[in-house]
Ligand binder design. Structure first.
Ligand code: 2YC
Ligand code: MG
Length: 263
């Protein structure tokens, strides 16, 4: 039973620039670096105004309003020279390459990719989003231990958990799908979160398409919650009660991770 990727809605993408700037200031407060800084540290790359061609794709559920326009705003925000093609699909791909695109950005309902046609590198949004949100969480300046909680161990959560294990954190994890939890335990050495004896965390990375997945029992005062998940993993009430540092943004942070990884 494949987990259907949660599709963005035009509403999620309203005011993408404001949401990106707000998220960037939280990332700065949490890690001491802005999103560009975290991407440079993670991939060792930085943009030189590479030309990015954004190709709308009509397959499946079709064009999502604001999606290509949001990618245009996001790529500009991170210093790329980008354009959205007039035509969609194959004609759009042709148009993008004809107009000198070095990196192609396009997404159907299952895959959102960045392809650097100069150096052949390709990135998929799911692992890139998991890795960058986990990296941001792992760089919390006020963390009081190497313990971290990962909620959601699927296509986005698992790569994030792997990043945290690789960086030497003691990773506790949970996923309602027992097979995904078992895989993370066996492949990564993740410690299953035991709901019966809750533990408080100062670092939490969540990657699920569900709302309110973070129980109050795991929250510590002023902890960081880094999550690409839509709807949000925590209620506004709980966020305020524990003064949670919430890093949550619909598309820009994941896209930056994809672009820096193909430079
Ligand atoms: O407008 C278009 O070109 C559409 N074909 C775009 C479809 C994107 C589907 N993917 C999503 O909504 C997102 C991903 C961007 C990340 C998670 N879900
Ligand atoms: Mg994002």
């Amino acid at each position: 039973m494949a987990i259907k990727m949660a599709l963005l809605t035009p509403n999620d993408l309203i005011n993408i620039n404001r949401k990106l700037q707000e998220a960037d200031s939280v990332v700065q407060k949490v890690t001491g670096l802005d999103i560009k800084g975290v991407c440079q540290a993670l991939y060792g790359t930085s943009p030189l105004s590479e030309k990015v061609g954004i190709v709308p794709v009509t397959s499946g559920n079709g064009i999502i309003g604001n999606f290509s326009a949001s990618l245009h705003a996001i790529t500009q925000y991170f210093g790329f020279d980008s354009f959205v093609t007039d035509m969609p699909d194959v004609s759009g791909y042709y148009e993008a390459v004809q107009n000198g695109a070095e990196i192609i950005l396009m997404a159907d309902d299952h895959t959102f990719l960045a392809h650097n046609i100069k150096n052949g590198k390709m990135a998929n949004n799911q692992p890139c989003t998991g890795v960058i949100y986990a990296e941001i969480a792992s760089r919390y300046l006020k963390a009081d231990s190497k313990d971290v909680l990962v909620m959601g161990l699927g296509k986005v959560g698992f790569p994030g958990a792997a990043q945290l294990v690789q960086k030497g954190f003691r990773v506790y994890g949970y996923d309602p799908d027992a097979r995904l939890l078992k895989r993370a335990v066996s492949d990564l050495g993740v410690i299953p979160l035991d709901p019966a004896n809750p533990k408080k965390f100062s670092i939490i990375f969540e990657a699920t398409p569900c709302a309110n997945t973070i129980p109050e029992t795991v929250l510590s005062e002023n902890c960081v919650l880094s999550t690409p998940g839509i709807p949000c993993a925590i209620s506004e009430e709980l966020r305020k009660k524990y003064d949670v540092q919430l890093v949550a943004e619909p598309l820009g942070i994941g896209t930056a991770s994809m672009l820096y990884s193909v430079l």
